[in-house]
Design a protein around this ligand. Structure first.
Ligand code: GLU
Length: 428
């Protein structure tokens, strides 16, 4: 084995970065608080079904390429599985498993009648044409046809998938079913039965979580300084909504770069720039930072809204924010939780903070099934009610059990799923 300059990574470090182990650690802590018996504990932590499929795709150059796709259904005690599909080169089964479990807890925290699922395809969408993406999406849909459905499992967008991806899934499923099935996916274009307010729903939920957290912390600074990691649907739109609420967005990043402006960025302008150039690189009159530097900036609020494992045992001690609101799924490792807690940093966990997206997905599913559509104001008002109520319930649970908001959210979520599971019983 070559010694080279490679940095040795210990098993502990690898384990810390395994999202399923990270999820399981929090699950165990919450289950201990609930005194959950070992049988139910095992049922609730084990994914109900994991499907791996081969997806052959004719590429534009005429060659056939086989992609690997997953759909994991973690738990459907409370209703059909619900959760997004992501396209990325580093998708793997342990990640999809963790994301599926997080969907179960997320839907439960905000009390939606859904279980949790997640899908992923290993691919690099930035290097694929629209035609290739369409053929891959349709073949993936056909491959998982038997396990999805409006009453079984309802996919939605996630990292690198969008309205168009959902439109292809909806059409492929509908063609197989010989009828138009709108409730098969959420996050669809409005013209296909999408919901008003869905695109910005996750960002809106993040903004509401920030607002509720600041109230709880009695944090009365006029224009809190916010650092946002990620400039997509969650980070970008969330930052714009936070700015509308009086926050000063001092830094934002995308996959290429982080930009910093201590006086505050104009988010409308930043989003225009990204739309036009497809990158933040080259945005004028700002300092450029690396992603690692961005997370350690002096600020009041940090919103990690990109991907997993950003705040770890290696940088948590140096994070300066007083409040972290997790727009992404799993941005903080379980090892980092303890460090942040000891520093007194308030963390609004992913399964609460980013639940706005799936909440409006639920509204979309309800509207599709009723074939009756709501106004944007109605959607936003109902979303606000769900987020405010859920935040208060998590906060009350944290006080009752004397735990962090993260463990409180798990306690609340696991308890609800366990109650349903016990009532339904074990079919033999
Ligand atoms: N992908 C989003 C999430 O992680 C939305 C899932 C959904 O709407 O089903 O919450």
């Amino acid at each position: 084995m070559s010694s080279g300059t490679a940095v040795a990574v210990s098993k502990t470090q690898l384990d810390e970065l395994n999202p399923f182990l990270s999820m399981s650690k929090r699950f165990d802590t919450a289950a201990d608080h609930l005194g959950l018996d070992s049988g139910v504990r095992e049922v609730l932590r084990t994914p109900d079904r994991e499907v791996t499929v081969a997806i052959p795709v004719q590429m534009d150059n005429g060659q056939l390429k086989v992609f690997t796709g997953y759909r994991v259904q973690h738990n459907f005690s409370r209703g059909p599985c619900k959760g997004g599909i992501r396209y990325a080169p580093d998708v793997n089964l342990d990640e999809v498993r963790a994301l599926a479990a997080w969907m179960t807890w997320k839907c439960s925290v905000v009390d939606l009648p859904f279980g949790g699922g997640k899908g992923g395809v290993i691919c690099d969408p930035r290097k694929m044409s629209m035609g290739e993406l369409e053929r891959m999406t349709r073949r993936y849909t056909a491959a998982i046809m038997d396990v999805i459905g409006p009453d079984r499992d309802v996919p939605a967008p996630d990292v690198n998938t969008n309205e168009q991806t959902m439109a292809w899934i909806m059409d492929t499923y509908s063609m197989h079913m010989r009828g138009t099935s709108t409730a098969i996916v959420t996050g669809k274009p409005l013209a296909l039965g999408g919901s008003k307010g869905r695109t910005e729903a996750t960002g809106r939920g993040v903004m509401l979580s920030v607002r509720e957290a600041l109230k709880k912390m009695n944090f009365n600074v006029a224009n809190p300084r916010v650092v946002v990691q990620g400039a997509g649907n969650v980070g970008g739109l969330g930052a714009r909504l936070l700015q509308e609420q009086g926050c000063k967005i001092v830094s934002i990043s995308d996959i290429d770069i982080a930009i910093y402006k201590p006086e505050g960025l104009n988010m409308v302008d930043v989003l225009e720039f990204i739309k036009k150039h497809k990158t933040l690189r080259g945005y004028p009159n700002v300092q450029q930072l690396t992603h690692a530097e961005q997370l350690l900036l002096d600020c009041d609020i940090l919103v990690p809204a990109a991907t997993e494992n950003q705040i770890t045992s290696s940088n948590a001690e140096r994070v300066k924010a007083k409040l972290i609101v997790e727009g992404a799924n799993g941005p903080t490792t379980a090892a980092a939780d303890a460090i942040l807690e000891a520093k007194g940093v308030v963390v609004v966990p992913d399964i609460l903070a980013n639940a706005g997206g799936v909440t409006v997905s639920y509204f979309e599913w309800v509207q599709d099934r009723a074939a009756y559509f709501w106004s944007e104001a109605e959607v936003n008002t109902k979303l606000e009610q769900v987020m405010v109520r859920s935040f208060a319930e998590v906060d009350a649970t944290a006080k009752k059990y004397k735990v962090s908001m993260r463990i409180a959210a798990y306690i609340l979520a696991i308890d609800r799923v366990a109650i349903t599971y016990r009532l339904r019983g074990t079919y033999a």
